[in-house]
Design a protein around this ligand. Structure first.
Ligand code: NAP
Length: 272
């Protein structure tokens, strides 16, 4: 399938039936909308996040999505604050997945924070460390503990979330952009490491400008109607999580048609 076909992928009913899929940052934004779509397509979900109330509300909504002829959707909540979590927290989560499901067929690293948008000389050290930790180091740590469960799947898909600023740097986006460059690198390294010796494919996805809290934070002056509705960027994610992308690994895909790259500008002045 070509890239436009992937972006416009229309998932058949039951595409993800029987698949166990974990999503980080599932409580809000793209993660929430993706979790609901996966549940409607039959996936059993592991909802990872730090805000229990948001996860519980999502869990209840998933429970209500049951189609008349389908089994009750299955979802579990896995509380994990990616900024605070230590090795035992990751290990507990991996053990819980192993005990409940015995494998993992999909892992979507979606959670991220924006941090401070400012010239490098004005970015404080704490903000830099937090962004790199939540966006990149935590994704490494979670992947590491969940790899045995992914390896236990007959057809596993590991999906990292990137950004256009993770492919070409942009003024004032220092920590966030560098964290996404790191995500692109980690995704490539893992794809190479797992090719030929596992059934785990590894790819990165750039949702493009999408109407979420993070987008509003990055571009407070933007017309809220401008960025795309999260429900309309899911084609690429669902294609990667389902069997149609089997054997596709090491790619970095766009969920929306890439827009022309503008010359560098200040925060709030260009679409990402
Ligand atoms: P969002 O609405 O801000 O949602 C981010 C999610 O990450 C929230 O559920 C949030 O949880 C979670 N999160 C943040 N810090 C966390 C932590 N310490 N521990 C656990 N979870 C944490 O953002 P979004 O726009 O949906 O972004 C989703 C992904 O797409 C991100 O990787 C982002 O970089 C990428 N992206 C977005 C756009 C866009 O235009 N929106 C463009 C390119 C790439 P809480 O609810 O607890 O805050």
């Amino acid at each position: 399938m070509n890239d436009a076909g992937i972006r416009n992928y229309s998932p058949p009913a039951g595409l993800l039936r029987g698949r166990v899929i974990a999503i980080t940052g599932a409580g809000d934004g793209i993660g929430r909308v993706l979790a609901l779509a996966c549940a409607r397509l039959g996936a059993q979900l592991v909802l990872i996040g730090r805000n229990i109330k948001r996860l519980e509300s999502l869990h209840a909504e998933i429970g209500a999505t049951r189609a008349p002829d389908a089994p009750a959707p299955d979802a579990s909540i896995a509380p994990l604050d990616l900024e605070q979590a230590l090795a035992p927290d990751y290990e507990r989560l991996a053990a819980a997945v192993q005990e409940r499901y015995g494998r993992l067929d999909g892992l979507v690293h979606n959670a991220a924070i924006l941090g401070t948008l400012a010239p490098v000389e004005h970015v404080d050290m704490l903000s830099w460390v937090r962004v790199l930790h939540v966006n990149l180091t935590a994704a490494f740590a979670l992947t590491k503990v969940l790899l045995p469960a992914l390896r236990a799947s007959a057809d596993a898909s590991l999906v990292f979330t990137t950004s256009s600023v993770g492919r070409r740097g942009r003024a004032h986006w220092a920590a966030y952009a560098v964290s996404k460059f790191g995500i692109e690198g980690l995704s490539q390294v893992l794809a190479d490491e797992l090719a030929g010796n596992s059934r785990v494919r590894v790819n990165a996805v750039n949702p493009g400008p999408t109407r979420t809290r993070m987008r509003r934070q990055a571009f407070p002056g933007e017309d809220p109607a401008q960025p795309t509705d999260p429900a309309l960027v899911l084609g690429t994610y669902l294609w990667l999580l389902g069997p149609d992308s089997r054997d596709v690994t090491g790619r970095s895909l766009d969920c929306q048609e890439p827009r022309p790259v503008h010359p560098p500008a200040g925060p709030g002045s260009a679409a990402r």
